[in-house]
Design a binder for this molecule. Sequence first.
Ligand code: SME
Length: 160
Amino acid sequence: MFDFAPDPDASKADLYRDLLSAADALTAGEPDGVANMANVAALLGEFLPDCNWTGFYRMVNGELVLGPFTGRPACIRIPVGVGVCGAAAQSGETQLVEDVHAFPGHIACDARSRSELVVPIAKDGVVTAVIDLDSPKAGRFDREDRKGIEALAAMLTGRV
Ligand code: SME
């Protein structure tokens, strides 16, 4: 049994430290990328308050395809360059969107989503997947979230 419970009194920095340590313990040495994405999606859902969707899209034959996640069923295929995930995949850069209603081309998979953080996972400069977090609260994600999820994405390179 795994018991990676978040500390309810932890600061955001400590929460991300614990999340990364749990993700490392779960994925190190495990070669199956789907298993690793599934466990990390579950950890993100457990550790991050106020999120209605936490998960992955993978680059498959030049488009983003839904991967393991927590939340409501979502769009299956997203073209590169479309929506927040597609922008992250195209640019290779993190997209931190305080209000998705103001983001041109945002894809509303879940009408509850108001803010979103998408971080690409890249290997040798090529995006292989993105981590996508959605929140029903506008402005839910800040620089510390960005730093924490970028560190997670770096750790997952070659594991998903
Ligand atoms: N809103 C995303 C689509 C994926 S869902 O949020 C799970 C986007 O605009 O890329």
